[in-house]
Design a protein. Structure first.
Lengths: 610, 157
């Protein structure tokens, strides 16, 4: 398809929506939306409309805030947008199948929205306080329909690149924008492309790292599910810049919906001439293939990922040579993360000058964080680099639920660190996070409250790294296991004071001696908790208590009589009926029956169980 | 050695015969066909791809997705990612153990359930999460999970 036809297509699309003036019902159909029954709600809307022979299009799309995030945010369940031409689109939350007929009857037919089911103020606050550029289409368009992407300016950047820019122009533009890798390290994307372009070979590859293994991060999944063409467009532009001959997307097999939508996107992009031979009648050709991962965290490391694409064990190798020189099948390879690619069309469309105005001096643009854990409004948020932790946790996230106190935020997953309350006003960018002992990582942002034990948190991440270590280099393979042993001992009350020094020492050794990023960053969660929460380690070791009652081996559950409101939540939730009490009597825990499941502590809203 | 029908894997090998680096997709497709990777099938693939069995075993044991032993009819995956961890995913694992009397990575005697703990399924917004077969169940409590498991226990009509 030539450029004109893209535009005529675009205009046609606009005319369609304007002329026909159809009401549109858009149902959240991301992984989270489907888990909440989104597909059933969607089906019900379809059935009802068919039954009433009404002229409304049902848009199949993912919900606005992100597929899964929206649920917590919108007081659970499916989000549905109803737009009646000529009026402001309205969002319903908690939509169930039973609510569908009434929404149709009152809102669509009579044009009187069902007020009681509309999204409340906190939904809009969450949404309005962000700057959504990369997520601009997610939740708005139907990800399975390329026309909707095109109608919102999709593939215009690719056209601009192929028609008016040389490879060097593209690289210069990306360099000037200051875009840095969103997958963890924050390497300047333009630099990487420039070195990729420098090497010539009969085959060159552009690879998209969609092996989002960092527990607590799901922005890449949401992007692939919500706006797959944006990722694809960025990749094709990158491919052009480095003269790649083919492309691969390495995506986790744990993300079946993302895999399905990417396959769709590739098919449609080919049909429209955006991919394949002589893209948009230029001399550039590129095909993109999908490789499904098979469940190994270490495959997020670039060399391991390339081995995995080749069908081998995904074990990292020493560098140099860097991938740009000899990567996939020993050919020059440029590898970027999903979110990085999704930023590329924005840079090209709006210009490096515009882009580089967003963010801080060294970290440009916006970053998507997956805000989860003990937070009122979990979800995906996109903020300019340099936003503070406080803004994210309290302004967008709505703070901590159930009257508990904020304790820390874990940024960057197993490679990152835990930052305490005193750092709430720190700006988030690549450098400042490193300085504080955390790391941008892929952008997982897990909030923990006063009921979470930081020693246990460190143990959790070490357990993860020990399990995911590929076993190639001893510092990582043996080091993480030994550190895990020490941490486990501490959480069982068997720690010694000398352990703390030993942990520090081992952290430094593993960091310096490990082969790849997994080992080098594995001690970060331990180091950061030792730095900010040393008192908790000391409580476990010296006093043999866990201040948050998480480490079950150390705990004897008791009711604090002064705080108990006799609400009996603990009694109702105790699985072994070890708690007695009534509306007149404070609760009492029978220690012989207690199995230390921690449920009473969890359920108590008044911190009356210690 | 047990006799196993190789026709399923034949088709897979045919489909990928011109694909570079096809071992992992071949194993994935074979596993879909057989439910796990039986030894004779691994030998068969090795012979056809002209690589050693040990290379395939090396790959199959490296990745969490591959299974060398038969698995249950329903696969229960309790997510142990960070977000689920801080929302007490452990209590869900305890519940599965209590209810089905199997430990992690075990299959129940009636071959109905296999119980696994996995790291992050990317559904952190609705933590804690359990995935049974393809269905994602979010915002679970041990009680809710118990109810869901009961539904799967009933024989299919």
């Amino acid at each position: 398809m030539d450029t004109k036809s893209i535009h005529s297509e675009k205009n046609k699309k606009n005319e369609n929506t304007e002329n026909k003036a159809q009401p549109v019902i858009a149902v959240c159909l991301g992984t989270g939306g489907i888990a909440a029954g989104g597909d059933k709600v969607f089906k019900k809307f379809e059935d009802e409309i068919k039954r009433l022979s009404m002229d409304a299009a049902i848009g199949k799309r993912v919900c606005k805030t992100a597929k899964t995030g929206c649920r917590g945010l919108c007081a659970r369940d499916v989000l549905v947008d109803v737009s009646i031409p000529g009026t402001k689109p309205l969002t319903y939350e908690k939509v169930t199948v039973d609510m569908v007929p009434q929404i149709i009857e009152e809102h669509i037919v009579k044009n009187t929205p069902v007020e009681k089911w509309l999204a409340k103020e906190d939904y809009h606050k969450f949404y309005d306080s962000q700057q959504r550029h990369v997520l601009a289409n997610s939740g708005i368009i139907d990800p399975e329909n390329i026309d909707e992407y095109i109608a919102r300016g999709g593939y215009v950047a690719l056209k601009k690149v192929l028609e008016t820019m040389t490879q060097q122009d593209v690289i210069q533009e990306i360099k000037k924008s200051g875009l840095r890798g969103r997958g963890g390290g924050g390497f300047p994307t333009g630099e990487k492309w420039a070195s990729g372009a420098r090497y010539s070979a009969d085959e060159k590859f552009i690879v998209c790292n969609a092996d989002e293994g960092d527990p607590g991060a799901f922005m890449d999944r949401s992007l692939m599910e919500g706006d797959p063409h944006a990722v694809m467009e960025g990749m094709i532009i990158g491919g052009y810049a480095i003269a790649a001959t083919s492309g691969y997307i390495y995506v986790r097999a744990e993300y079946p919906l993302a895999v399905k939508r990417l396959h769709w996107a590739i098919k449609q992009a080919k049909e429209h001439g955006f991919m394949g031979k002589n893209i948009l009648n230029s001399n550039y050709s590129l095909d993109i293939h999908i490789k499904e991962g098979a469940g190994a965290f270490v495959c997020g490391e670039s060399t391991a990922l390339q081995y995995s694409i080749e069908g081998k064990r995904g074990m990292p190798r020493t560098r140099p040579p860097q991938s740009v020189e000899a990567g996939l099948w020993d050919k020059p390879t440029v590898l970027n993360n999903v979110e990085t690619f999704a930023n590329v069309p924005i840079v090209i469309n709006r210009g490096a000058d515009w882009y580089s105005k967003i963010g801080t001096e060294k970290s440009k643009g916006t970053k998507i964080f997956s805000l989860t854990g003990r937070i009122k409004n979990p979800g995906l948020i996109e903020v300019p680099m340099g936003a503070t932790i406080r803004q994210i946790v309290f302004d967008m996230g709505g703070g901590i639920p159930r009257k508990k106190k904020f304790k820390a935020v874990q940024i960057g997953g197993p490679s990152g660190g835990c930052l305490p309350e005193s750092l709430l006003d720190s700006p988030i960018d690549y450098e400042s996070l490193l300085g504080l002992g955390a790391m941008m990582g892929s952008g997982s942002f897990v909030v923990v409250d006063e009921t979470t034990c930081m020693v246990d948190m460190a143990r959790f991440f070490m357990n993860f790294c020990a399990g995911e270590s590929c076993g190639k280099c001893p510092p990582c393979r043996i080091g993480t296991t030994l550190m895990l042993d020490i941490l486990t001992r501490i959480t069982q009350g068997l720690g010694e004071e000398s352990d703390l020094e030993l942990l520090e020492q081992m952290s430094d050794e593993i960091k310096t001696m490990s082969l790849c990023g997994l080992g080098q960053s594995a001690p970060n969660p331990v180091k950061s908790t030792l730095r900010y929460f040393k008192d908790e380690y000391i409580a476990h070791i010296r006093d043999k208590t866990c201040p948050t009652a998480t480490c079950v081996a150390l705990h004897r559950y008791e009711v604090v009589s002064e705080k108990c409101t006799k609400c009996q939540a603990c009694i109702r939730n105790c699985p072994v009926k070890a708690i007695s009490g009534s509306t007149k009597e404070v609760a009492f825990i029978n220690k012989e029956k207690c199995i230390k499941c921690n449920l009473c502590y969890e359920k108590c809203n008044f911190m009356a169980i210690k | 050695m047990e006799v196993i029908d190789t026709s399923k894997v034949e088709k897979v090998l045919e489909k990928y015969k011109d694909t570079r680096g096809a071992l992992i997709p071949i194993l994935q497709a074979a596993q879909v066909g057989y439910g796990y990777l039986p030894e004779p099938i691994i030998d068969f693939i090795a012979e056809r791809l002209k690589i050693s069995t040990s290379e395939i075993i090396g790959v199959a044991t490296f990745y969490a997705q591959f299974h060398l032993k038969p698995r249950g009819q329903h696969i229960i995956k309790v997510c142990c990612g960070t977000a689920c961890h801080v929302k007490n995913a452990k209590s869900l694992s305890v519940k599965v153990h209590e209810k089905l009397k199997i430990n992690v990575n075990e299959t129940s005697k009636d071959k109905l359930f296999t119980f696994e703990e996995v790291s992050c399924l990317g559904a952190c917004g609705i933590a804690p999460v359990v995935v049974i077969d393809e269905d994602v169940h979010g915002e679970l409590s041990p009680d809710k999970l118990g109810g869901i498991l009961d539904k799967y226990k009933k024989p299919e009509v």
